[in-house]
Ligand binder design. Sequence first.
Ligand code: TRP
Length: 330
Amino acid sequence: MKPRVVSGMRPTGKLHLGHLVGALRNWVDLQSTYDCLYFVADWHALTSDYADASELTAHAYDNAADWIAAGVDPEQSTLFVQSLVPEHAELYLLLSMVVPMPWLERVPTYKEQIEQLKEKDLSTLGFFGYPLLQGADVLIYKANFVPVGEDQVAHLELNREVARRFHKFYGEIFPEPQPLLTHFPRLPGLDNRKMSKSYHNAIDLSDDAASVTKKVMRMYTDPNRVRADTPGTVEGNPVFVYHDAFNPDVAQVDELKARYRAGTVGDVEVKRTLAEAINASLDPMRARRADVLSKPERIKEILLDGSSRARVIAQETMREVRHAVRLTYD
Ligand code: TRP
């Protein structure tokens, strides 16, 4: 039996290059080595976007189309929807009985997000419970590994502590899930701020070639470089971070970097080659995405089918959990 991997993504909008580099490429690579379950974390999207959920299912289908376009294979991995496996909520409830509230208060993303998303009222129980729900998502499949970015490591640490605490009262049930960190550093936004939907500084996976080129040509580079013959800085320059992520021609990237440092290449050339590289890597995805979206029933079917397969595993775990907690009436 292959070790199990579980990961989810919130359907809060279109997916962009950051999702590709930070998660999807990793998801695709893991498929052959692990038993992978990937899900649409729709309840997690609701924890912050509860006021208007009208686009939630549209985003769920659209995101799943991007997953498949990126190479996630529904034959090999189980793709499902969190809310279609209500056992996640049952496990979450039982975990909530034993988890001290201060453990959730000290998760770094908790206060950070409340600070950052001032326009949303996040003083809700649902948002408070976010990392615990995430813990239930992982434990219910007895996952061994969770592919995540740096920002999610604290959630996973909590997840292991929750498992230990549960075991202390009810006996050993869950493996302690370990992170599988994405090797590539976080992709900056086009303006060098954090990449975010609300900053409009991302290239979406669904952008056409012309929009990609337009966005790349407007990218932030070295602000101190006023002319093409001034030596420029490569380190931390988003244009080169993107080259490293999307241009497979390493010799070309090295050459551009050397000439940039020496002040013998213009930004326009560096950006034009970058736009070509990004478009070349998105092209096969564009074709697959169009194909998948031309059969919307197919996406629905994949997610429904995956959800019933996931549910069989989740129900099995819950039988064990109810028994351990002594909630047995049969
Ligand atoms: N919090 C994750 C994110 O924002 C999404 C998520 C929910 C998740 N449940 C999970 C990731 C379980 C991994 C495992 O990216």
